[in-house]
Write a protein that binds this ligand. Structure first.
Ligand code: UDP
Ligand code: MG
Length: 312
């Protein structure tokens, strides 16, 4: 199989037939052997019915339906697990991404040796309330990760099959797949300018909360990739350091009190500082220890309930 298209969707009934026909046309023009993996992220409209009827006439159409809405990351994660193609391409279902980009993305992975190629919506057809925060967001993701991409969150991306089997996407992590890939050891990351369209049907599934959630996720992936498997290195070292500084302060104050007998210990601001440092240090240390225990008994966060499957 040459290409697996992974398409997460939530209430996109109007777009699906048009999108499928367009993909089928591009694929047959280039003679690709392909599959379309629709991951229905708990749609309440007729999306799943439409996927079933599309599958009836096109054997390449497959589907997975979540029982409820888990989010785009969960849908991608599920699609990645099922993808069998040498090259895996993700795209949005709302016709904002163009299937005409597929052959060139495929070529860049196959012939140019990229592990991942991200689309770049250089000219966007979205309101400024979205494009402006996005610019800032991409800037900080670039600074943090050292990956020179203009558009981290572009829905249109292509991957070597190995890459999607090696990264775990949950929460709202789909924005950071290039960062997760780099940290998984796939460093050859490319970019391609892609066409972007206005949303033709339906409306966006995200509000303004995407921005602060996006930032919290950026912090948590930075933290979890560095310390997720060894929390004690972070909490333990800071905890010990802070506790020791508090201990030294307390020792010094005790020395003054008993040997120099200058004044009452509690009159000095330093006393409270020392006390606070010892308490805080102990807390951090205990926190690190608990984190260590939890990460050793790692739990399964990708436990999604599937209602139906088609062709998989
Ligand atoms: N989507 C999804 N689950 C969600 C939210 C969105 O599968 O919880 C899908 C949605 O149907 C679309 C893609 O993710 O195919 C991108 O969403 P949208 O177009 O609303 O985002 P925008 O283009 O406004 O950034
Ligand atoms: Mg969209």
């Amino acid at each position: 199989m040459d290409i697996s298209l992974v398409i997460p969707l939530l209430n996109e009934e109007e777009s699906l037939p048009e999108l499928t026909a367009w993909i089928a046309r591009v694929m047959s023009e280039h003679g690709f052997i392909y599959e379309i993996l629709f991951v229905d992220d708990g749609s309440k409209d007729k999306s799943w019915k439409i996927i079933e009827s599309l599958a009836a006439t096109n054997v390449s159409v497959k589907g997975i339906k979540f029982r409820r809405n888990y989010g785009k990351s969960a849908a991608l994660n599920m699609g990645f697990a099922a993808a069998a193609g040498d090259v895996v391409i993700t795209m949005d279902a709302d016709l904002q991404d163009s299937p005409d980009e597929i052959p060139e993305l495929y070529r860049m992975i196959k012939n140019d040796g990229f592990d991942l190629v991200s689309g770049w919506k250089k000219k966007r057809y979205d309101p400024i309330s979205k494009t402006l925060p996005t610019k800032f967001f991409n800037w900080s993701a670039r600074r943090m990760s050292g990956i020179r991409l203009h558009d981290f969150n572009c829905g249109l991306k292509a991957y070597k099959n190995d890459v999607v089997k090696s990264v775990e996407v949950y929460g709202e992590m789909h924005r950071y797949i290039p960062i997760l890939s780099k940290w998984a050891g796939f460093k050859n990351i490319g970019e391609k300018v892609v066409q972007h369209q206005k949303r033709k049907y339906g409306r966006t599934k995200y509000g303004l909360d995407r921005f602060y959630k996006g930032y919290l996720d950026l912090l948590s992936i930075t933290f979890t990739t560095r310390f997720g498997k060894r929390p004690m290195h972070f909490f333990g070292s800071w905890g010990t350091l802070i506790f020791l500084s508090g201990f030294v302060i307390a020792g010094y104050l005790a020395y003054e009190k008993f040997f120099l007998q200058t004044f009452k210990m509690t009159d000095r601001p330093l006393f409270y500082f020392g006390l606070l440092a010892m308490i805080l240090g102990t807390q951090l240390f205990v926190g690190g220890f608990l984190g260590e225990l939890i990460s050793r008994n790692s739990f399964d966060r990708n436990n999604y309930i599937i209602e139906k499957k088609l062709g998989i």
